[in-house]
Write a protein that binds this ligand. Structure first.
Ligand code: PEP
Length: 254
């Protein structure tokens, strides 16, 4: 059985004070929900403060990025060594990193490798753009992105995959639950083809793209979807709490 997971990607939002207020506002209700792995990914500068707030709770912490080198002359970058021990997870390959900051499959692979080697679990994001989707190239694009970052060891390191169609991120236009289920089934098939059924059946594959408290239940009723990576709706305590509790309800855990 794959444990469902809900991860909130706060992106470049919240000052340190706001991050602490936000996590304090969601914590009491979220902590009560059992059977769902719950993760928040605040900006780097808030990680330590948020870590203190959630220290004795069931809420886990993730970073939004890292750099693969151990240390040195990489101004502005954050290494795995700086995050290890502080975070459980790290988002890698988000489409905003790929598109706005020009991250390549090669760089993303190095980051996933560095994360796993330092006991950080990657939330590895893949997804097609609107133009690729409309040209019928979704499976080709996902295959390429997956194969470029697909080492068996990553799965033993707890890697989670997030399928995030770029056209659904921050647009308010989510994929349908059936579309997402079909595409995530395809990704699981890719994992099975490359690494065998056992790994494919155990890896968690999340959906991301305009998930809200109103549509999460439909996604969580689909057999292939193991949870969600949530952007905008994770920035309001009440909507994130509802997403987490509806995930548990949809899976018969509450
Ligand atoms: C994301 O940033 O990963 C995301 C899915 O954003 P949103 O939920 O706002 O579409």
């Amino acid at each position: 059985m794959r444990v469902p997971m809900i991860a909130g990607n706060w992106k470049m939002n919240t000052t340190v004070d706001e991050a602490v207020r936000l996590v304090k506002a969601m914590l009491p209700e979220i902590d009560k929900v059992k059977g769902v792995e719950k993760v928040v990914c605040p900006p780097f500068v808030s990680l330590t403060s948020v870590a203190k707030v959630i220290a004795s709770s069931s809420l886990k912490l993730g970073a939004q990025n890292l750099y693969y080198q151990e240390k040195g002359a990489y101004t502005g970058e954050i290494s795995t060594e700086m995050l290890a021990g502080l975070c459980d997870y790290v988002i890698i390959g988000h489409s905003e990193r790929r598109q706005v900051f020009g991250e390549t499959d090669e760089l993303i692979n190095k980051k996933v490798k560095a994360a796993v080697e330092n006991l950080l679990k990657p939330i590895f994001c893949i997804g097609e753009t609107l133009a690729e989707n409309e040209a019928g190239r979704t499976e080709e694009v996902l295959t390429h992105q997956f194969m470029a970052t697909s080492n068996r060891l990553y799965f033993f390191g707890g890697m989670v995959i997030a399928y995030e169609p770029v056209w659904a991120i921050g647009t308010g236009k989510s994929a349908t639950a059936e579309q997402a289920n079909k595409t995530i089934g395809f990704i699981r098939h890719l994992v099975a083809h490359k690494h065998g059924e056992e790994i494919a059946e155990s890896v968690r594959i999340l959906y991301g793209g305009s998930v809200t408290a109103d549509n999460i239940a439909a996604f969580m009723h689909q057999p292939e979807i193991d949870g969600a990576l949530v952007g905008g709706a994770s920035l309001k305590a009440d909507s994130f709490v509802r997403i987490v509790s509806q995930t548990a309800a949809a899976r018969g855990l509450s």
